[in-house]
Design a protein around this ligand. Structure first.
Ligand code: ADP
Ligand code: 5GP
Length: 187
């Protein structure tokens, strides 16, 4: 395995495009990669675990983290706050481990400024209709949350050209192979 050491990679793209699914496959094949666990004020979905899916915080605790400079980046998304705890990322990078962030657009833009050397990949759906099908098919969001996510998706998709690489998540295995190639990982 030739996981590139100590490099920060950001995967972004609209909600429902398949970031989580693709990242899970990538980690299974490249266990050296360290995936950051974000903090969020969103409520846990069924099956999500505190500390491995997210650190679930109430708003005052999240805001305290922001005030103390504990987050590398953070953003509001569809009515909830999300952010990357700074220390663990810095520690893993210092230890030479490849680090992966799976975050939305505003956060990715912040990382572009704070870590200009980070490699940023934008994941795109084959079509907007397919994106909507995937969000609905996931079956975890209320109708109101789906509407907010789709509205936000239009804004995010318009920003695709800002990124180092764009990747269409049509066939999952094909997207995985392309991501491995982009990240310089041995298949
Ligand atoms: P995100 O993390 O970007 O919000 P998810 O990984 O939760 O997206 O994927 C949203 C839905 O789309 C899930 O039900 C997932 O199984 C499905 N999905 C992901 N990738 C693909 C793909 N390449 N083809 C078809 N369905 C996919
Ligand atoms: P979800 O509620 O579907 O888990 O996540 C909603 C969006 O927030 C997704 O686009 C996801 O990538 C993004 N997200 C998750 N964690 C973070 C984070 O730490 N920072 C930012 N900026 N976005 C995040």
């Amino acid at each position: 395995m030739t996981d590139s050491a100590g490099r920060l990679t950001v995967i972004t793209g609209p909600s429902g495009v398949g970031k989580g699914t693709l990242v899970a496959q990538l980690l299974q094949r490249h266990p050296l990669i360290w995936l950051s666990v974000s903090a969020t004020t969103r409520s846990p979905r069924p099956g999500e675990q505190e500390g491995s899916s997210y650190f679930f915080l109430d708003r005052p605790s999240f805001e305290r983290q922001v005030a103390e400079g504990g987050l590398l980046e953070w953003a509001e998304f569809a009515g909830n706050l999300y952010g990357t705890p700074r220390q663990p990322v810095e520690r893993q990078l210092a230890a030479g481990r490849p680090v992966l962030l799976e975050i939305e657009l505003e956060g990715a833009r912040q990382v572009r400024h704070s870590f200009p050397a980070a490699f940023q990949v934008f994941l795109e759906p084959p079509s907007f209709e397919e994106l909507e099908r995937r969000i609905r098919g996931r079956g975890t969001d209320s109708e109101e949350a789906i509407a907010r996510r789709l509205e936000r998706a239009r804004v995010e998709l318009a920003a695709a050209s800002e990124f180092d690489a764009r990747l269409v998540n049509g066939d999952l295995l094909q997207a995985l192979a392309q991501l491995e190639q982009l990240m310089g990982l041995a298949a």
